[in-house]
Design a protein around this ligand. Structure first.
Ligand code: SDX
Length: 430
């Protein structure tokens, strides 16, 4: 975007800097700090990047105050109700919705990559029986960098597109391999006639060839994949960008994103929510846990609540709660105890001044685990499913970043609070 005429001046003692303001197409403008340190010797200080735009991007727009999420300008509510994960993947990567023939070519390009190298399959035999699936996924995606490395020219757009389709094709097979390994079952097969979500369910559950796809499950899973596909410069996407800015192997950059997503403050929250609900156990214990969440001396947080950007409801949580009702209703589990507990916990928290004052609402992770569990997916796999969905976002952002011929390596500075200069003292003098 062109810089607007607007500037701000920043003065440090006798030094000053005229900083230009760059306007967004939608949302907040930014102050371009490129000359700040040169002009004034100052750094900015924003350790959690709460007020920092790390890049220019055209992929996703979020307005945290209004609870708005748009992929390439399309509202998430419309995409969740009318689109599919593969069509949304095309949209995120190409910037436009596909025509029929473009979508079928896109599907073929993904499908064409849904095979694992036999050596890679052996990697899985090395994991301990209790290995966490996120560790298995991170390792196996990093292992892709040992296969696809020499021939990749990251400055070549065709190579970047080949990486995009390869990682999008490999991910569901890696995830299904992990799912079947921890379950001790055989992986199912892929069929181009089915949707991406239907194929994930058959890869997971159809090892014996007798699995009946439940349309309510595949529809709910596809919506969950759409909702988790991208989310601007979140922790894991920023990890992919920062790692990728060194020019490293793109699969290694995606593995860095998986590592970041695993954390319970980020994608790991969906597994942590189910663990928390199990620990709370019954509605009568909710007040105790609400007080624990408010107690600064207690590290306990209400998992699935709060968000760095959404200071209003997370639009994805609203959609997922609706899907919960549908999936549980289909299973005649309308009074599923975990869902009931989650609904009551939400109700109580949203009427508690502590949560109201801090704009803490359910986020994307609060209800998703209830649906995955109802589908027969173990809680250790919840964040793996999140990573599966977010792969298209990570890969799109990596490609968008690498398109920039002027890309510089990300290298933040610091506020140094350590010792001033001092001389070495030999050990017998200390
Ligand atoms: C995801 O960034 C993204 O876009 C992420 C994501 C995506 O799609 O990529 O949306 C996915 O990661 C969703 C978030 C999942 N994480 C959780 O549900 C974990 C629980 N939530 C918290 O850890 C927290 O809310 C964060 C990490 C999500 C956000 O933390 P912030 O923005 O750093 O907020 P904060 O810690 O500064 O909290 C502000 C206040 C503090 O209290 P005070 O010091 O002002 O008194 O709110 C309190 C916090 O203690 N607070 C909570 C709380 N979350 C914030 N108190 C209790 N329970 C919580 N969950």
């Amino acid at each position: 975007m062109p810089s607007s005429k607007k500037t701000i001046s920043l003065i440090n003692d006798s030094l000053s800097s005229e900083l230009s303001i760059k306007d967004a197409s939608v949302g907040p403008s930014v102050v371009d700090l490129a000359n700040l340190n040169k002009d004034t010797g100052l750094f900015t200080f924003d350790p959690s990047y709460s007020s920092t735009a790390s890049c220019e991007s055209k992929v996703t727009y979020i307005d945290g105050d209004e609870g708005i999420l748009e992929y390439r300008g399309y509202p998430i509510e419309q995409l969740a109700n009318k689109s599919t994960y593969l069509e949304v993947s095309y949209l995120l990567f190409n910037g436009e919705l596909p025509k029929k023939e473009e979508l079928s070519e896109f599907r073929h390009n993904v499908k064409h990559n849904m095979v694992l190298d036999s050596n890679l399959k052996q990697l899985f035999t090395g994991f301990l029986p209790n290995a966490h699936p996120m560790g298995m996924l991170m390792s196996s995606v990093a292992a892709l960098s040992t296969i696809y490395h020499e021939d990749i020219d990251i400055r070549n757009p065709h190579h970047r597109e080949a990486f995009f389709f390869n990682v999008l094709g490999k991910m569901p097979v890696l995830v299904a391999t992990i799912f079947n390994q921890i379950n001790g079952t055989k992986i199912g097969s892929y069929n181009e006639e089915r949707s991406y979500a239907e194929n994930i369910l058959t890869l997971f559950f159809d090892g014996r060839g007798d699995y009946e796809i439940n349309p309510v499950f595949s529809q709910a899973l596809d919506i969950l994949l759409v909702l988790h596909a991208d989310h601007e410069q979140n922790c894991s996407t920023s990890s992919v960008r920062l790692t990728g800015s060194s020019g490293t192997n793109p699969y290694a950059a995606i593995a860095a994103g998986i590592a970041a997503l695993w954390g319970p403050s980020h994608g790991g929250a969906n597994e942590a929510v189910v663990r928390m609900l199990k620990e709370i156990g019954s509605p009568k214990n909710i007040p105790t846990y609400i007080e624990k969440a408010k107690d600064k001396s207690d590290p306990f947080k209400l998992m699935g609540f709060g968000h760095r950007v959404y200071k209003n409801f997370d639009p994805r949580a609203t959609i997922i709660r609706g899907e919960c009702h549908k999936v549980l209703g289909q299973l005649n589990q309308d009074n599923n105890p975990m869902f009931e507990l989650a609904l009551q916990l939400e109700e109580i928290a949203l009427n508690d001044q502590y949560f109201v004052d801090r704009n803490l609402y359910p986020n994307v992770d609060f209800y998703s685990g209830v649906i995955y569990q109802a589908m027969g997916i173990p809680k250790e796999m919840f964040t793996v499913i999140f990573a599966l969905a977010r792969t298209v976002g990570w890969a799109t952002h990596w490609c968008e970043m690498m398109e920039n011929p002027a890309l510089k390596i990300g290298r933040p500075r610091q506020l140094y609070l350590g010792s001033e200069k001092r001389d070495y003292i030999s050990i017998d003098q200390r």
